[in-house]
Design a binder for this molecule. Structure first.
Ligand SMILES: *[C@@H]1O[C@H](CO)[C@@H](O)[C@H](O)[C@H]1NC(C)=O
Ligand SMILES: *[C@@H]1O[C@H](CO)[C@@H](O)[C@H](O)[C@H]1NC(C)=O
Ligand SMILES: *[C@@H]1O[C@H](CO)[C@@H](O)[C@H](O)[C@H]1NC(C)=O
Ligand SMILES: *[C@@H]1O[C@H](CO)[C@@H](O)[C@H](O)[C@H]1NC(C)=O
Ligand SMILES: *[C@@H]1O[C@H](CO)[C@@H](O)[C@H](O)[C@H]1NC(C)=O
Ligand SMILES: *[C@@H]1O[C@H](CO)[C@@H](O)[C@H](O)[C@H]1NC(C)=O
Ligand SMILES: *[C@@H]1O[C@H](CO)[C@@H](O)[C@H](O)[C@H]1NC(C)=O
Length: 553
């Protein structure tokens, strides 16, 4: 990967050194076309600063991040800072048509945000159409006092491992086709590790990501699932991992030889290079728990860990990967993590003000007239019977701020409808400031024999505690086994196919916050809803939009 380009404006820096060590981390992302030869094919893709993955943002907790996004692409786009709380700063969330109207071609916008109360690995990505397939990068947050603040032994080296998905075709066209067919995007042509597919694809000479390591050292891998539509298994031959954080929240150390990671999630894992000096493959392959046979990418992305003292002509060894549908391995990983509850960390709220059940899944509907390549039916997704419709030419946060009454309705239901119905609506759920919200996320069996699959549900603006998760229908007796002591803290939870997860968060951030499936394919189908968190007592108010904010009207 290219080194991160951190440009710090001297004047701002001078102002900041006075502010108890908090720094301003400033970047410019020129988003534009880039020629690339990948999988034996020449393609034009859109990236930030001609890098795939894009530039890494590195900051310390307490810093201010300023990113000038200059849109030199032909597409309008927003950039989402995935997992950043954006406390009293919802305008910078970059969720297209939820918090802004996207930066037009030839336009630019400067995102400003503070990083407060989170440490570990997050990431950033385009949040409009499939562009995030190539417009994404790592966002690394170190403790305020640097690596000395890690609640684990300071590693010898740190390496971002950005897992991705690659299409030879222009992803914008893939997205348009997804709508025309009504069946979602075609499967990707390859999985990638730090932008490269590795040497186990049909294309001889495809790029391979390599990292060089010294023997007997501990490295921190900052693993990000930036893939668009697939959960992944990740292994490193001959090595074990100790998970120390997920979604920029520390965990109790968890020893494992496999990482399971859904789109949107991150895992920080330590690994010690105690194997005989040699070459070792890291590998990523799809975890697919769908209960009906729908094609998915069955390839394996590989990268190589090369010991500096590896003898010449060593052949890299490959890790044994689980079967694609190994729900036991996936479930064990997801359920085993617990949060590292440190003094001063927010405790699990024990009273709940707002308790809801959100049931979601996919269904079939007749092809719409504009779906010209649609044959028998189109897919539609819903939460509690509402298939989320993005507003047109206005974004929800601005509509809220300007008091535009007709843009959305406030009738998102507290529970699934008793009889199956699907309404297409821009419906939000109103929540009072500081209410504790508990959501039973229930994945349902799809009607019309579409089967079940795992959905990674991502909440903007908040972390949540994952109190429990399981297969089948949520049974209220499971409340007895909620982890209220040290649950894992996340911004994205992989709800098992046909199963459930219970999350709890405190709505301490006024604004419009999207909660949606992070399989990009399900977003345009309507698998999302929005929490409208009302202003609290001053000063907990949504401020006015920032200068240059991408408006719609
Ligand atoms: C890509 O390559 C073509 C043909 O060589 C060239 O005309 C074009 O300017 C290149 N585009 C970029 C963004 O570098
Ligand atoms: C950003 O947009 C403003 C307003 O249109 C323009 O004046 C400025 O030159 C642009 N900056 C860049 C780097 O494109
Ligand atoms: C960041 O924090 C500083 C200091 O508390 C505050 O003045 C500023 O408004 C914050 N900026 C954003 C974008 O939230
Ligand atoms: C760094 O900060 C952490 C958390 O605030 C604290 O526990 C630790 O003692 C600090 N370490 C040093 C070397 O200052
Ligand atoms: C790594 O440490 C082990 C155990 O201390 C030792 O046996 C081995 O020789 C060391 N390997 C290298 C390459 O230093
Ligand atoms: C490995 O190959 C390199 C380059 O051909 C050579 O310089 C080096 O001496 C070789 N090392 C060993 C241990 O054979
Ligand atoms: C939430 O419920 C608790 C317990 O009933 C109550 O004390 C608190 O005021 C409620 N919070 C809000 C914001 O309504």
């Amino acid at each position: 990967m290219e080194p991160a380009v951190a440009m710090i404006v001297p004047l701002v820096l001078a102002l900041c050194t006075a502010m108890a060590g908090a720094a301003v981390v400033e970047h410019t992302f020129n988003v534009g076309a880039m020629n690339i030869s990948q999988l034996c094919t020449k393609s034009v893709i859109y990236t930030a600063n001609k890098q795939l993955p894009g530039p890494t943002i590195e900051a310390n907790e307490g810093d201010t991040v300023v990113v000038h996004v200059v849109n030199e692409s032909p597409y309008s786009l927003s950039v989402h800072w995935h997992g950043i709380f954006q406390l009293l700063n919802g305008w910078a969330d970059g969720a297209y048509l939820i918090t802004d109207c996207s930066i037009q071609p030839s336009g630019n916008f400067t995102y400003h945000f503070n990083i407060t109360g989170q440490e570990g690995t997050l990431w950033w990505h385009a949040h409009s159409s499939l562009l995030r397939a190539t417009i994404h990068g790592a966002l690394i947050i170190k403790p305020r006092n640097g690596t000395a603040g890690y609640p684990f032994t300071v590693p010898y080296g740190e390496i971002p491992i950005v897992l991705g998905e690659w299409w030879n075709k222009n992803v914008y066209d893939v997205e348009i086709d997804a709508h025309l067919t009504g069946l979602g995007p075609t499967i990707s042509d390859a999985l990638t590790i730090n932008g490269k597919p590795g040497d186990q694809t049909p294309c001889k000479g495809a790029g391979v990501y390599e990292m060089e390591v010294a023997s007997n050292k501990t490295y921190l891998l900052r693993i990000i699932n930036a893939a668009v539509n697939v959960e992944l298994f990740f292994k490193l031959a001959g090595h074990k991992f100790t998970v120390v954080a997920v979604d920029a929240s520390y965990t109790d150390p968890y020893a494992t030889d496999i990482i399971v990671i859904s789109p949107g999630q991150t895992v920080d894992a330590l690994t010690t290079t105690s194997a005989p000096p040699g070459l070792y493959y890291m590998a990523a392959k799809v975890f697919d728990s769908k209960t009906v046979s729908i094609p998915f990418n069955t390839g394996t992305a590989t990268g190589i860990v090369r010991y500096t003292k590896a003898p010449n002509n060593t052949v890299a060894s490959m890790p044994a990967m689980p079967a694609h549908n190994d729900i036991v391995t996936a479930g064990t990983f997801y359920r085993s993590l617990t949060g590292l509850a440190r003094p001063g960390d927010p405790a699990v709220p024990t009273t709940v003000n707002h308790s809801l059940v959100v049931e979601f899944g996919l269904d079939q509907e007749p092809c719409a007239p504009d779906q010209t390549k649609c044959k028998n039916f189109a897919l539609v997704a819903s939460m509690n019977g509402y298939s989320f419709q993005f507003p047109k030419n206005v974004c929800l946060l601005k509509a809220l701020y300007d008091g535009l009454p007709t843009v959305y309705s406030e009738d998102f239901p507290m529970s699934p409808p008793p009889v199956p119905v699907i309404r297409k609506a821009t419906s939000v759920m109103k929540v009072m400031y500081n209410e504790v919200v508990e959501v039973v996320l229930q994945s349902r069996a799809y009607r019309n024999n579409l089967g079940t699959e795992s959905h990674p549900i991502h909440l903007h603006g908040f972390n949540f505690f994952v109190l429990a998760q399981g297969l089948g229908r949520f049974d209220p007796r499971a409340r007895g086994v909620f982890n209220l002591v040290n649950p894992q803290v996340r911004n994205t939870v992989a709800v098992p196919g046909g199963g459930w997860a219970v999350i709890r968060f405190t709505a301490n951030n006024p604004g419009m916050w999207f909660m949606h499936c992070h399989l990009d394919a399900h977003l345009p189908l309507g698998l999302g809803m929005v929490f409208d968190v009302l202003d609290g007592p001053a000063p907990n108010l949504l401020p006015p939009p920032p200068v240059g904010y991408p408006k719609c009207y």
